[in-house]
Design a protein around this ligand. Structure first.
Ligand SMILES: [Fe+2]
Length: 160
């Protein structure tokens, strides 16, 4: 039997839920953006969130964990996204630049708590944040290929 401590299982469930919520958040921001190019970038981020959530779903199944209702999580993300879409692109990117690295700390802690055999799935989760941070850095630098880390992640899971 796999041994996993309660704190680990709690974090795993929470971070999974946050990715589902995050997908709703990015999709709602995409809806609220008149600029098609920027909306497409938000949709890509939503896809990355969904991909990351799917990657860890087998772990939730393995431990019999029951996350909060998907519809409710998405609705919370959408509500937040509708409000945040009004902030404007530059403010949003700046905010992501500040907050995304904090998630790296969370994911590193999750990996540290995890049983060794769970690491392949968790690495895919961590890699989505690396891709998102790379995207934000490229946006700030004005690079035209800013979405490349996101599309690469969606093709490979970031683990190559
Ligand atoms: Fe995320």
């Amino acid at each position: 039997m796999t041994v996993a401590n309660a704190r680990y299982l709690e974090m795993l469930t929470l971070y999974y839920e946050e990715e589902i919520e995050g997908a709703g958040w990015f999709n709602a921001m995409a809806e609220g953006m008149p600029d098609a190019d920027k909306a497409a970038k938000m949709r890509l981020l939503a896809d990355v969130e969904s991909y990351a959530a799917r990657a860890v779903e087998p772990l939730l199944t393995k431990y019999g964990l029951t996350p909060r209702d998907q519809g409710a999580l998405i609705a919370e993300g959408v509500a937040q996204g509708k409000a945040d879409a009004r902030k404007g692109w530059d403010a949003l990117i700046r905010e992501m630049h500040e907050t995304f690295p904090c998630y790296m700390v969370d994911f590193a802690r999750l990996e540290a708590f995890a049983p060794h055999q769970d690491l392949p799935e968790l690495k895919v989760l961590t890699a989505h944040e690396i891709a998102a941070i790379d995207f934000v850095d490229r946006e700030i630098a004005g690079q035209p290929d800013s979405t490349e880390p996101l599309t690469h992640y969606l093709e490979t899971g970031g683990v190559t």
